[in-house]
Design a binder for this molecule. Structure first.
Ligand code: HEM
Length: 381
């Protein structure tokens, strides 16, 4: 998409796309304004003038979560889990994440010989295992849990699959409701308990449905995104020929991941709704219009980054919008960064790590940027 972004940034930085019935915004300054000016733009799809109700039950759950709620409701909901995802709490998880990653890599090495699919073996399972553990999903339910997560992200290619997916999402919902009920009766030291027993700042209890929605949100928002960050980072490092250079330099890995987030952002766009008529550049966006803010384009804007179209491994970029900006800045950013750093430093311990030749196919999910699989080669550990 990057050539298209450049063309748009230079020629039509704020434009209306009649075929989709929404605006597109491409420059860094405008994108940043659209995603963080809560007075002018809403995250709630229900405020769109062309909002047509919900296509499935599951969507209702998600629309009531923090991701799609404006302040003040947003802030009450986010406060429930803010501490659990703070940089400090997350930093304490590093040793455990290292163990989990090391196990995963051992299994992958045992099952493959000199070449493996990074996505299947590492980038995909790792975030699922981590969030299951963080929520407090009992070990004996993990395999089932992974199956449900798979179905959340799988593209529905035909009706039968779509039906099975719906069924499996319903099973998952029933499971979470049951787990949440158990935590209310018998609290444990886990995130499910935090969510199940949450009292909001206004003194009310978090309704069951919204507790369930929050669990689903954490899965949906945290899994494919982190999978693609890990995969995109390895792809950037491989293409740039810096894998061996990074292998000996643990301190360089964090900044290099940050540059991968800028350069190949897993989330390319976020949508907002204008709350009243808003002027942006030369355009007037009308109340109720949908606006797509292209994070992936903002991150390549020459107006914000020198040589923006170049991957510079030690750039240590600040101000990129890969995790968004403002009120809805990614709750999981510290966790995603840690997961990526742990995964990458374990992977870099492989001798002769390199990308294998392959035709890459893009992730089949709108606004998510990455590849379905990424074959890598290695000589041993
Ligand atoms: C919000 C990206 C990982 C949970 C966001 C937003 C972005 C983003 C761009 C802003 C949405 C908006 O402005 O409308 C990413 C990327 C990730 C990642 C690129 C991985 C590399 C995670 C993880 C979790 C998570 C691991 C949790 C387990 C959330 C939640 C929100 C959010 C709950 C909504 C925050 C709010 O509305 O206040 N993420 N995310 N994300 N993310 Fe992430």
């Amino acid at each position: 998409p990057f050539d298209w972004y450049r063309e748009m940034r230079d020629g039509s930085p704020v434009r209306y796309d009649a075929s989709r019935g929404s605006w597109d915004v491409f420059r860094h300054a405008d994108v940043k304004r659209v995603i963080s000016d809560d007075e002018a733009f809403s995250v709630n799809p229900r405020t769109a003038s062309d909002f047509e109700g919900l296509s499935g039950e599951g969507e209702g759950l998600i629309l009531d979560t923090m991701l799609f709620q404006d302040p003040p409701r947003h802030d009450d909901l986010r406060a429930v889990v803010d501490d659990a995802f703070s940089p400090r709490t997350v930093a304490e998880m590093e040793p455990r994440l290292r163990d989990l990653m090391s196990e995963l890599l051992d299994d992958a090495l045992a099952a493959n010989d000199g070449e493996m699919d990074l996505v299947e073996e590492i980038s995909y399972p790792f975030p699922v295992i981590v969030i299951a553990e963080l929520l407090g999903v009992p070990a004996e339910d993990r395999a089932q849990f992974k199956e449900w997560s798979d179905s959340l992200v799988a593209a529905a290619s035909d009706e039968e699959i779509a039906e099975r997916q719906q069924q499996s999402q319903q099973e998952m919902a029933m499971y979470f409701l049951d787990q949440l009920q158990q935590r209310r009766e018998e609290p444990r030291d886990d995130l499910l308990t935090t969510i199940a027993t949450a009292e909001l700042d206004d003194g009310s209890k978090l309704p069951q449905e919204e507790a369930l929605g929050m669990c689903m949100l954490l899965l949906i928002a945290g899994n494919i995104t982190t999978t693609n960050l890990i995969t995109n980072a390895v792809r950037c490092f491989g293409n740039q020929g810096v894998l061996s250079e990074l292998a000996g330099n643990e301190n360089a890995v964090g900044p290099a991941i940050e540059e991968a987030l800028r350069y190949r952002a897993p989330v390319q766009a976020m949508t907002r709704i204008a709350r009243s008529d808003v002027t942006l550049g030369d355009a007037t966006i009308e109340e109720g219009d949908r606006v797509v803010a292209w994070l992936g384009s903002a991150n390549r804007d020459e107006r914000a980054f020198d040589n923006a179209d170049e991957f510079v491994v030690d750039r240590a970029p600040t101000g990129h919008l890969g995790f968004g900006h403002g009120t809805h800045y990614c709750l999981g950013a510290p966790l995603a960064r840690l997961e990526a750093r742990v995964a990458l430093s374990e992977l870099l311990s492989l001798d002769g790590l390199a990308l294998a030749d392959a035709d890459l196919s893009p992730t089949r999910s709108s606004f998510i940027y990455g590849v379905e699989s990424l074959p890598i080669r290695y000589d041993g550990r």
